[in-house]
Design a protein around this ligand. Structure first.
Ligand code: PDD
Length: 288
């Protein structure tokens, strides 16, 4: 069965899906995106993704292409047409198509692309054994809270991780504090068993997995402290892990050359993997 994509009002075969060469997403990376987890044919945490999408669009002055309900219909239709039970949906909204000029064009319609695919899940090997992360300088811009498709520093960081046989790169600010991964949020467990993760601000993306996990942990009486932590603190931490729509909760057992604790996923992280896994499995149909 061939894959189906949605492009600006039409459902088209994936191999034939394309945007105009003067789409500002292509010319300037002038656009935003969302990645949704699909479980049992359902999108997980849709309202939170919508909120973040609307915020990203608003911060960039890109018009909302349609009401959230209409977008939901398209997202679910792409999942349905691709007969996906488990996988991910990618949604991209750009400012639209217009002759190349840095200033915003007048009267432009935002472009909307939706694709879906299988996979996009943490492997059981990574969740059982944990992964290695490297540290790299955070060379990104000052608005990492916007989920922009402009990801060059992130892909350079991820490539550096790949070349070091690591799973992820933790980006480090000029004060030696970890901001986040190239495509995930970064967490540690302190000596008292509290979760520590960087507070929401312009320096990080407000991950939906981060948001949900914080709620799930607090419901279980696990304290979540939002404060910056240094690379040195992370290396000496009891446990460490990353979160994202594609990593879920993935334990980190080594940072650069330093093994964390005994080099195995810790009990808190293992508990969080189960909690988050249950959350995904219980995802409710949010179709409108
Ligand atoms: N990345 N930080 C960055 C820089 C990210 O790119 C992502 C997600 C996250 C975690 O966000 P969430 O929990 O909403 O997935 C944090 C997606 C998965 C990607 O670019 O593929």
């Amino acid at each position: 069965m061939s894959r189906i994509a949605y492009v600006n009002g039409r459902y088209v075969p994936h191999h034939a899906a394309g945007v105009h060469v003067e789409d500002r997403g292509y010319q300037f990376a002038d656009g935003v995106y969302e990645v949704f987890t699909i479980e049992r044919g359902r999108l997980v945490d849709v309202p939170a993704h919508h909120n973040r999408l609307m915020r990203s669009l608003g911060e960039l002055g890109i018009a909302s292409p349609m009401a959230p309900g209409a977008l939901d219909v398209i997202l679910h239709e792409v999942v349905r047409r691709n007969r996906l039970q488990r996988g991910i949906v990618y949604l991209q909204v750009t400012r639209g198509v217009s002759p190349r000029n840095h200033v915003f064009p007048d009267d432009v319609e935002p472009s909307v692309v939706v694709t879906a695919r299988r996979g996009g899940r943490p492997s059981s090997e990574n969740q059982d054994n944990g992964v290695t992360v490297i540290t790299v300088p955070d060379i990104r811009w000052g608005r990492c809270d916007i989920k922009s498709v402009s990801l060059l520093p992130n892909i350079l960081a991820k490539q550096a991780a790949r070349e070091a046989n690591a799973y992820e790169a933790w980006q480090v600010d000029s004060d030696g504090m970890v901001t986040e991964g190239a495509s995930s949020n970064a967490w540690i467990v302190d000596t008292d068993g509290n979760l520590v993760t960087r507070p929401l601000a312009n320096a990080i993306l407000g991950g939906i997995t981060r948001l949900v996990l914080k709620q799930l942990a607090e419901e279980q009486g696990i304290r979540v402290i939002e404060r910056p932590f240094s690379v040195a603190e992370a290396m000496a931490a009891r446990e460490a892990f990353v979160t994202s729509a594609t990593s879920f909760v993935t334990p980190v057992v080594q940072i650069d050359d330093r093994v964390i604790a005994n080099g195995k996923p810790g009990s808190t992280t293992t508990r969080l993997i189960t909690l988050y896994g249950n959350h995904v499995r219980n995802a409710q149909l949010t179709k409108t």
